[in-house]
Design a protein around this ligand. Structure first.
Ligand code: ADP
Ligand code: ASP
Ligand code: MG
Length: 465
């Protein structure tokens, strides 16, 4: 079999974790399977890099730079010493060079008092840049040949949308040549989360983007299966940190995972299913700390079970925008004006709802896009196209996901009756055209409770075949 295996931040958090990962990989390598690996940064490192990079342009001095560099050195060197003792000299040199260039760029951000999307992407790719050489050395320590590639070297070509770049289809053939050609001899290691534009400018793929890298590389090498190794037993009926009796799902469909991750289920990056789906590659989510459990299978047509609703998720950092005006009724082009104005400012609309009276359109956007959205829409009031625009940050979006909802009458009724009984006020409702998702908006404080109520209503903690 040919596998792409991706290990997330918790799975590579220290030397012991890396050795556990090498144990897993060694097993497949010895059994004659071909494996390529994608690794994330160590848990917490990307957050630390983002926090400092964002602070520097307005910081009163740059005294926080050397301590972060020292901390990263200590953490990666400790991991290296523990996981690949014979390769300390060789890899230390790489780590030192990377830390020196990271320090330079952080000082430059402070001195210029400017963090551009391009420089931010470059800085935040350092978590993966520091960890991947350690992973490669840990494999060589076990006698498994391994070459390490950054995302760009591996062939991930992307759009120039910094912070949320998308892979170009041309990547496939480059990846096949660069990575696919090595699999008979070794386990290549690719740094997740990053790629580059056709001009070689480093881009990142969005938070949790290593899942997306895994799918891009897996599609490029024509993997039989893509395995996402993480710190839970698979995709669950809800976030286990919110619902303590959430259950692992045996199998879900591509569409269900897309709906779940789009609405905030952190277990997968929202766009990560796309390349796998294009090539019809089976994806499996497994637990690095419990490798013998089967995990969750993600396939084209999910396992048909008797359950209509499979999983629930909610996303906190959103805002609602209400656009009102009787003059919108029956007037063609209003929606076009709204959506073009938002697209021009690169505002991503997560949910749309329009009443049949057409006098009101409600939108849900990522909270970080709210200011740009309001700026973009204000001229429509001045021009008399709409009467008023209001917004609300105190909201969250909840999604009820299950491919079985398509064509099944009465699910909406059950959802909103259960919420009504629990006294939850639903502000906006929307159903995706895939019918695999009914989403709604409630006050932020009602988010976790809504999920709890519906988890009970649909008996999701009970075993199902
Ligand atoms: P990794 O570092 O391996 O990529 P993440 O922290 O990004 O791991 O994602 C795994 C985490 O996602 C889990 O520890 C869990 O808390 C969270 N999570 C949220 N929703 C779900 C869900 N529906 N199923 C499983 N895990 C979920
Ligand atoms: N290191 C990146 C992040 O924290 C990518 C990933 O973990 O998948 O977002
Ligand atoms: Mg992740």
């Amino acid at each position: 079999m040919r596998f792409l295996m991706k290990f997330g931040g918790t799975s590579v958090a220290d030397a012991q974790c890396i050795k556990r990962v090498v144990d897993i990989l060694e097993g497949y390598h010895k059994a004659g399977d071909e494996v390529a690996v994608v690794v994330s940064a160590q848990r917490g490192v990307t957050d630390q890099l983002i926090a400092l990079a964002e602070k520097l342009p307005t910081a009163k001095d740059c005294s926080e730079v050397p301590p972060l560099i020292a901390h990263l050195r200590e953490r990666h060197m400790a991991t290296l010493r523990g996981a690949a003792p014979d390769y300390v000299r060789e890899v230390e040199e790489i780590i030192e060079k990377r830390l020196a260039s990271l320090q330079h760029i952080l000082f430059a951000i402070y001195n210029l008092r400017e963090l551009t999307p391009r420089s931010k992407d470059y800085v935040i790719s350092y978590g993966e840049r520091l960890l991947a050489p350690v992973m490669g050395a840990a494999l060589r320590q076990r006698g498994i040949p391994s070459t390490v590639f950054d995302g760009c070297e591996a062939g991930i070509l992307t759009t120039s949308q910094h912070g949320e770049a998308t892979a170009l289809s041309r990547s496939d053939e480059i990846i096949k040549k660069k990575i696919g050609s090595l699999l008979k001899k070794e386990i290549p290691v690719v740094m997740g989360f990053m790629g580059c534009t056709e001009n070689g400018i480093i881009t990142t793929l969005g938070r949790s983007g290593s899942d997306y890298s895994a799918s891009i590389i897996g599609a490029g090498i024509d993997a039989d299966e893509i395995w996402i190794w993480t710190d839970v037993d698979g995709i669950m009926t809800s976030d286990p940190r919110v619902i303590n009796d959430a259950r692992v799902l045996k199998s879900v469909s591509y569409i269900e995972v897309m709906e779940l991750s789009y609405f905030g289920a952190k277990v997968m990056h929202p766009r990560s299913i796309d390349p796998a789906m294009r090539k019809n590659i089976l994806v499996r989510v497994k637990n690095t700390f419990n490798p013998s459990t089967p995990g969750t299978l993600i396939v084209r047509n999910g396992h048909r079970d008797s359950r209509i609703v499979k999983a629930l998720t909610y996303i906190e950092k959103v805002a609602s925008i209400n656009i009102n005006g009787a003059q919108m009724i029956g007037r063609p082009g209003v929606a076009k004006a709204i959506f073009s104005a938002l697209a021009d400012r690169e505002v991503n609309i997560m949910m749309i709802s329009q009443g049949s009276s057409e006098a009101n359109i409600s939108l849900i956007v990522d909270e970080s896009h709210l200011d740009a959205a309001v700026d973009a829409l204000t001229p429509l009031v001045t021009d008399g196209i709409v009467r008023e625009i209001s917004h609300n940050r105190d909201v969250c979006a909840v999604a009820v996901v299950g491919a079985g909802m398509a064509g099944a009458a009465g699910t909406g009724g059950r959802i909103f009756t259960a919420l009504g009984r629990a006294g939850v006020n639903v502000m906006i409702i929307s159903q995706g055209s895939s019918e695999a998702n009914i989403s709604f908006v409630v006050r932020q404080q009602d988010g976790p409770r809504s999920v709890r109520v519906l988890h009970d209503e649909f008996q999701l903690s009970e075993e199902c075949n």
